[in-house]
Ligand binder design. Structure first.
Ligand SMILES: *Cc1c(COP(=O)(O)O)cnc(C)c1O
Length: 377
């Protein structure tokens, strides 16, 4: 039986057509008309003024922080419940990530803890130039509260929207929160360019500087003058073509993921001790991944047992992100934790949610989960 992944790429003839067109146009290098069009279409889609396409979401986080002058000696609070890329990018600059715990119902950064830890760091004389809230699994963070905290302390907000493209909160779309936001188009994200990312911002100078840094910081001189350290982070024109096709299908892909969430909701309805994570108020989420949270005392089974049963049928599932403050590499890093993210890590399990899953796959998943229930009852 072929493996069912959590979130595998969903590509059609449209993607093939865009790629072929890119190749035939002769623009195979990491610049060209597809990159320009992709940036414009994405900026329009999320309501941002400027967009810079890069070769990963991690690169996007890194270059915004570099452009803001974040570096050694700085402290940058971020969500502890995130993928390592967020913390890694902060670390590349020489700054220290500070891990902040989650709100229980969304898993997103707790603005009260955020406020306290910035206050504490500043009282110790530390420099806190920026914060990086993350939109976990496609749910926007509480940017109203975050903006108030940021204004109070005079820090910049870089929104890590790698998982939340297509989601919104109020009238604002993921990708246009904060002073800048980033997207990821990695292979497992809601849409993919194989690998890629983007910086979105209303700040033209920031966008220009990120673009400049991403192509080795070449000054406009025929002999390539360099006054700053640059990076090789630009997105290729071929992959931007793939991105344009995916963007044209984004709403359709989100609708499929939402239908999978409904399927899990129906499947686990009435199962004691199980809740669909982030289900409450999810009408504007992109449903990138659907996870369950299990109270094993009530359910009388654990997420590891369900996960092992699914693995027997070659179906992937995965705990929620292991919090960064529990990762060996960040063990000595400052944190403000209450145990919420750790509890979510212990009780949450992400289930296959990709838009490429068709009826054959969803039937396999449903049967495997039902068989698991029967074994336990
Ligand atoms: C995927 C992801 C990233 C990194 O994106 P890449 O394109 O893989 O570099 C950053 N932050 C979060 C929260 C992510 O999920």
């Amino acid at each position: 039986m072929s493996r069912i992944f959590l979130s595998s790429p969903d590509v059609t003839d449209l993607e093939e057509q865009y790629l072929v067109d890119s190749i035939r146009s002769g623009w195979v290098a990491p610049l060209g008309p597809q990159v320009d069009a992709f940036e414009q279409e994405m900026a329009d889609r999320v309501g941002a003024h400027h967009a810079v396409a890069l070769n990963s979401g991690t690169a996007a986080l890194h270059l915004v922080l570099v452009s803001w002058g974040v570096g050694p000696g700085d402290f940058v609070p971020t969500s502890t419940l995130t993928f390592a890329a967020t913390a890694n990018a902060i670390t590349y600059t020489g700054a220290t990530p500070v891990f902040v715990d989650s709100d229980l119902s969304t898993g997103n950064i707790d603005p009260v803890l955020l406020d306290e830890i910035i206050g504490k760091l500043k009282a110790e004389g530390k420099s806190v130039p920026a914060i990086v809230p993350v939109d976990l699994l496609g749910r926007c963070a509480d940017y109203t509260a975050i903006a108030a905290v940021a204004a109070k302390h005079g820090v910049k907000v870089l929104s890590d929207s790698a998982e939340s493209l297509g989601a919104r909160s109020g009238d604002v779309l993921a990708g246009s929160f904060g002073d800048a936001a980033i997207l990821s188009f990695n292979g497992n994200k809601i849409m993919t360019t194989s690998g890629g990312g983007m910086v979105l911002t209303a700040d033209k100078d920031l966008a220009d500087h990120v673009r400049f840094l991403s192509t080795q910081a070449r000054e406009p001189a025929v002999h390539y003058e360099h006054k700053e350290i640059g990076y090789n982070y630009r997105l290729s024109n071929l992959l931007a073509g793939l991105g344009r096709a995916q963007l044209a299908r984004l709403d359709d892909m989100i609708a499929k993921r939402r239908a999978h969430r409904q399927m899990y909701d129906d499947l686990f309805a009435g199962v004691p001790g199980v809740e669909i994570f982030q289900r409450q108020g999810d009408e504007h989420d992109n449903c990138w991944l659907t996870a369950i949270v299990v109270d094993s005392a009530t359910a009388e089974w654990t997420t590891s047992e369900l996960s092992a049963a699914l693995a027997e049928d070659n179906i992937e599932s995965r705990p929620l992100w292991k919090p960064m403050h529990l990762q060996p590499v960040f063990v000595d890093h400052p944190r403000s934790v209450t145990g919420t993210a750790e509890a979510l890590f212990g009780t949450g399990l992400s289930l296959p949610s990709g838009s490429a899953l068709g009826p054959v796959e969803t039937t396999r998943i449903t049967s495997a989960i039902q068989a698991f229930f029967e074994r336990w009852s």
